[in-house]
Write a protein that binds this ligand. Structure first.
Ligand code: FAD
Length: 427
């Protein structure tokens, strides 16, 4: 039986380990922290006893790789699936707007949804629909050197259309504002969302905490297939001889009985264990913060599962009865602020958009993820490395590798699947 050592127990490493252990490869996964999931995990909040996520994770019907993984590990029923695209937005005057596509007549249902989205005036709706219709004919090379904002301006999208839709989608999907994000990366996700069938446009949310929904099922699946997971051990050094890894040294053990190694750790962590020149990787990544503010309320009148906020620094509110989770993406500007300052900032906005008042708040908790995602800037295009490396027995995985996708669950899972297939193709 061939042996594969996987470094990193985030979703990319867990995907590779799930596939390889299922295919009878002897898998050992080494994770530096005492928990699995990397940037996707949940924990029990000690003040309220609630299981909360490090950050609300949204998936979409176009997450084909993730849906396949969920099927493999038997976790597909741990998620709520929309039948058709349904988004509810609130503006600063507490007006509600909806983007609601019927479940039939795709793709015309999407055009009707835009027609009925009253946050836009008639002219905005027409230029929006025209933009969607033109998308399949866009020349990709024309997008290589421009930002999302430059592209939208070129396509006559008004500032209202940008603020009431495109910016929300851009910041939500790329965790980067439209001035910084690459138009080409944005184009790729628009094609995935709007041109791959009705289901691709829908939102998928975990029913339970992330651990119960996806991380624990993956780890049980790996264990059931004979894989071993080692916790709280950090890989410190990779010994390379003749373009082959011969030894992996962690802070606890040395490993030399393996045929293949998959690195499933972020670029900044990889740089600490292998010199980038050994890998011939020439990419620098900047990272972007996501803030999640969990608020427990005495009473709550918000009826929907989630809302987008128009023209607000608060992007989304997710509602779980009397517990709400507010998401602020692209939040570097808040990363160094104190928890009291952030709370005041959030409350000032929240009371304008909802009927929630300060007296309704029982508890709150702020989670800052400073390196939540990498920034898909123009400078990263064409530089993300493939899974196969110049080191013969090393394959790369991680959301930052060359998947063509932004820093998402889908990219992590796709990279793990590709790395696993590379290993399998060597056998
Ligand atoms: C707050 C937040 C919200 C997000 N929202 C969404 C969303 O709505 N939708 C979406 O699709 N994506 C979202 N993402 C992005 C998504 O979580 C990531 O893209 C994905 O989890 C990355 O997985 P990964 O396996 O590539 O990397 P990681 O999850 O970073 O996993 C890497 C693992 O390697 C371990 N490790 C690092 N160095 C070593 C070492 N030397 N030895 C051993 N182990 C090591 C780490 O501890 C970690 O467990 C969000 C992320 C955050 C933080």
């Amino acid at each position: 039986m061939k042996r594969c050592l996987i470094i990193g127990g985030g979703l990319s490493g867990l995907t590779a380990a799930s596939i390889l252990s299922y295919k009878n490869i002897n898998v050992t996964l080494i994770e530096s922290s005492p928990k699995l999931g990397g940037r996707t995990y949940s924990f029990t909040d000690k003040d309220t006893g609630t299981e909360i996520d490090n950050g609300q994770h949204i998936m979409m019907g176009c997450y084909k790789e993730t849906l396949k993984l969920l099927n493999l590990i038997g976790a597909q029923n741990n998620f709520d699936y929309q039948k058709n695209l349904y988004l509810k937005f609130i503006d600063r005057n507490k007006n509600h707007f909806q983007l609601n596509a019927s479940s039939s007549f795709y793709p015309f249902n999407l055009l009707f949804a835009v027609k009925n989205y009253d946050a836009l005036d008639l002219n905005d709706k027409l230029t929006f629909i025209l933009f969607l219709l033109k998308l399949p004919f866009v020349s990709k090379s024309s997008l290589r050197k421009i930002s999302v904002k430059q592209w939208l301006d070129k396509e006559n999208q008004s500032s209202n259309t940008i603020n009431s839709f495109w910016e929300i989608l851009c910041v939500g999907a790329l965790n980067t504002n439209s001035a910084k994000a690459s138009a080409l990366v944005f184009y790729e996700i628009l094609m995935q969302i709007f041109f791959k069938g009705n289901f691709a446009t829908t939102i998928i949310l975990p029913k339970y905490g992330l651990n119960e929904s996806i991380i624990n099922p993956a780890s049980s699946f790996i264990a059931k297939n004979g894989g071993e997971i080692i916790f709280s051990e950090t890989v410190k050094e990779v010994v390379i001889k003749n373009k082959k890894i011969v030894e992996i040294k962690s802070d606890e053990n040395n490993y030399n009985e393996f045929d293949y190694v998959i690195s499933a750790i972020p670029l900044h962590a990889l740089g600490k264990i292998i010199h980038k020149e050994n890998l011939e990787i020439d990419i620098e990544l900047n990272y972007s913060t996501i803030l999640n503010i969990h608020i427990w309320l005495d009473k709550n009148n918000l009826q929907e599962k989630f809302y987008g906020l128009l023209n607000s620094p608060l992007h989304w509110i997710f509602v779980k009865e009397k517990h709400i989770n507010i998401v602020i993406s692209d939040a570097d500007y808040l990363a160094e602020k104190s928890k009291e300052e952030i709370y005041e900032f959030v409350m000032d906005e929240l009371i304008q958009y909802t009927s929630i008042v300060r007296d309704d708040i029982k508890q709150y908790k702020i989670i800052k993820e400073k390196r939540a995602t990498f920034v898909p800037a123009i400078t990263t295009l064409g530089k993300r490395p493939n899974s196969k490396t110049s080191i013969r027995n090393l394959f790369l995985a991680g959301d930052w590798t060359n998947t063509g996708l932004p820093s998402t669950i889908e990219s992590a899972v796709k990279s793990g699947r590709i790395a696993a297939e590379q290993v399998l193709s060597e056998n």
